[in-house]
Ligand binder design. Structure first.
Ligand code: KG4
Ligand code: ZN
Length: 343
């Protein structure tokens, strides 16, 4: 059984084909980074237009690389939300057109479910597991019991974690996307030079907050004399910021591990997914926490951590196998919390 996946929720135009043997037959991603970089962030209108322009050829490339024709597909999966509405509509309507032309089911996939299930594709792991989703739009701890049974233990009350990296990087004069830029310069920095806050640390919940940390970076930059930071200042501030984020992540996640353990005696697995999971310092911190708490930590390989269509195709395939398909009038949804999916 093979499924085509389409992903257009943000600034990647992506198409992929996977089969029910957990094989990725093709995984094509066109990043629009160069088009958005001059603006220091994703410009929704530019993103939608680029999806319209390139999606057809990206899908063709994915089908060609998989050596498949549309007739071979068991279904077509497209991201229906959450994300930038213009881009979502482009991908979803394209998926509908292909599905209806070959008379196969449409699967309208939640992008977050795509991230959540990517380790089922790469590692074939079993439910339940705990998910730490860390991306440009999200920072959540979710108990994944089975498909359509997602219980959110905590989320950010202000900025997403990747957004905090991107904003802090901008203040430091680093290029977009800020996460990889901060990680790179942080290697040369002193993480103890700036005493930045650790928002929410020590609280009982599993919620996150990053806006106070971001403001503290802004003050530190101002104290150094705006625009007059030397490269050591930038590295030290980046390292101090990354360490503060690591401390917060470990503290919040530890609460979730304890909570999860109180309900599940087996399957102690923490899955880390989303673009920020590409950060090796943060991964090391979370791995150490998991080792202390008797959990196994799993993260998909970097190219499957950031946005891609293989995870959408896989989530679609799992849903299709359960008969969870969607009508052709399914709308795109800018907001679509995982906990809204009821099975
Ligand atoms: O999952 P993703 O590709 O897109 C969303 O769905 O948001 O995540 C993109 C986010 C960006 O904010 C980017 O700065 C961040 O992931 N990111 C990183 C790293 N690589 C990407 N953050 C920290 N360290 C990294 N190495
Ligand atoms: Zn994502």
């Amino acid at each position: 059984m093979i499924v085509l996946g389409i992903e257009t929720s943000c600034d990647e135009t992506a198409a992929a084909v996977v089969n029910d043997g957990r094989q990725i037959l093709s995984n094509v991603i066109l990043s629009q980074l160069d088009q958005h970089r001059p603006y220091g962030g994703v410009v929704p209108e530019i993103a939608s237009r680029a999806h319209v322009q390139y999606l057809d050829s990206i899908i063709k490339q994915a089908m060609d690389e998989a050596g498949a024709s549309f007739e071979d597909l068991a279904g077509v999966a497209a991201t229906a939300g959450p994300g930038l509405i213009g881009g979502l509509m482009v991908g979803l309507v394209t998926g509908k057109a292909i599905a209806s032309s070959i008379a196969r089911p449409l699967i309208a996939v939640n992008h977050l479910e795509g991230h959540a299930l990517s380790v089922c594709l790469t590692d074939g792991i079993q439910f339940p597991f705990l998910l730490l989703l860390v991306s440009g739009g999200h920072c959540q701890l979710v108990e994944v019991t089975r498909i359509n049974a997602y219980h959110r233990l905590g989320t950010t009350i202000d900025d997403a974690i990747g957004e905090a990296f991107d904003k802090a990087a901008k203040m430091l004069g680093l290029e977009y996307p800020g996460g990889p830029a901060i990680e790179k310069v942080a290697h040369k920095g002193d993480p103890t030079r700036f005493n930045l806050p650790r928002p929410m640390r020590g609280r009982k919940s599993c919620d996150f907050s990053f806006s106070g940390l971001k403001t503290a970076v802004r003050h530190a930059v101002a104290d150094l004399g705006d625009g007059r930071l030397n490269s050591q200042d930038v590295s030290d501030l980046a390292a101090s910021f990354q360490t503060a984020v690591g401390d917060v992540l470990v503290d919040r996640t530890e609460n979730a591990l304890v909570d999860f353990s109180s309900r599940h005696t087996r399957n102690r697995v923490l899955v880390v997914a989303g673009g920020v999971a590409a950060n090796s310092y943060l991964c090391k911190r979370v791995t150490a926490l998991c080792a202390n708490r008797g959990f196994q930590m799993l993260a998909p390989p970097a190219e499957l951590c950031t946005d891609n269509a293989a995870m959408i195709a896989w989530a679609g395939l799992e849903r299709l196998q359960l008969g969870l398909t969607d009508p052709l009038d399914t709308p795109a949804r800018a907001r679509w919390p995982l906990s809204d999916m009821k099975g």
